[in-house]
Ligand binder design. Structure first.
Ligand SMILES: [Mn+2]
Length: 306
């Protein structure tokens, strides 16, 4: 990441977003603490980055806000509270990018990407998104079986979600999005994703061709963009490696596949922002999943074996 740009200071800004309103499981709001406790800042500093932690954004407690919200007649739980937090994230991300900072958002559930990705897009149209996830997060309130907003994020970033969740002037086009690690889709979500124009590398492509070929292909799809945002859902990893997630799905990325994915993105030198999401310490085993998350960030930020 920007190792070639020796004239620029290598500065990272961390934002914690203790968001648990986008899904049903409690505990994911403690994700930012768990990732900090696992040593994210010292790991990045050891790689030569100047790291500044902006602390946590303010997220309302679940008991204090209304869950029962609808969008065009379909459930979208905690819609207005999530939209308020996303708007904060959006403005923080935009300010950081303008200041030349690389940005890391610590989740929290995946709904935090509503603000971080929109913030990245606010700077330029030439931004690509690598969405690493077991799920497609491509539902709308109409297609979602759960009404949980963490599964509606990509669609909203394309300008097709509930109006409150669509931030900024620019929306993602399908050719700006690559999904990697997908293996669990809802019925209508699957139909919609197939015809969306988004490049999706499911676990099958990784099994058949290997993660290295998939990453070369992913970077070719994003060949025209100047900046890459990595939205990394910890449930992309196999649950045997990262058990502390709310919606685990068998058959995920193994340890080296996930690291190689991040290492190859680091070598590409275009990554400007990262979400690390869905770390749930209550469901974890001795903070293992947060430690893996820190390892992922270290590989993305230039850690090498040799
Ligand atoms: Mn996700």
């Amino acid at each position: 990441m920007s190792q070639s740009a020796n004239t620029q200071p290598r500065r990272v800004r961390l934002y914690g977003v203790p968001m648990d309103l986008g899904q049903n499981r409690r505990g994911v709001d403690m994700g930012p603490s768990a990732i900090r406790y696992a040593g994210l800042q010292p790991r990045l500093e050891a790689l030569g980055w100047q790291v500044r932690d902006a602390g946590n954004l303010s997220v309302p407690v679940k008991e204090a806000v209304s869950a029962d919200e609808m969008s065009a007649g379909y459930p979208a739980y905690h819609l207005s509270a999530i939209a308020t937090v996303a708007s904060q994230s959006y403005h923080h991300a935009a300010a950081s990018f303008q200041a030349g900072e690389t940005v890391v958002f610590l989740g929290g559930d995946h709904s935090i990407a509503l603000g971080s990705v929109a913030g990245a897009l606010s700077q330029s149209d030439r931004v690509g998104v690598i969405w690493v996830d077991a799920h497609g997060d491509f539902n709308s309130p109409k297609t979602s079986p759960s009404g949980n907003i963490h599964g509606m994020v990509v669609r909203s970033l394309m300008g097709e979600g509930p109006e409150l969740l669509v931030l900024g002037e620019r929306h993602l086009r399908p050719d700006q999005i690559v999904m990697i690690g997908v293996r669990d889709l809802d019925a209508q979500e699957r139909v919609d994703l197939r015809t969306s124009g988004i490049k999706v590398f499911t676990m099958r492509e990784i099994d058949e061709n290997g993660i290295a070929d998939v990453m070369y292909a992913a970077l070719r799809v994003l060949g025209d963009v100047d900046a890459i945002h990595v939205s990394f859902d910890m449930d992309s990893l196999d649950p045997s490696i990262a058990p502390g997630v709310g919606t685990p799905v068998a058959g995920g990325l193994n340890y080296r596949e996930a690291h190689l994915l991040m290492e190859m993105l680091a070598d590409d030198h275009r990554v400007r922002s990262l979400d690390l999401v869905e770390v749930n310490p209550i469901l974890d085993i001795s903070n293992r999943t947060a430690e893996i998350a820190v390892g992922m960030a270290a590989s993305l930020f230039g850690q090498r074996i040799l």
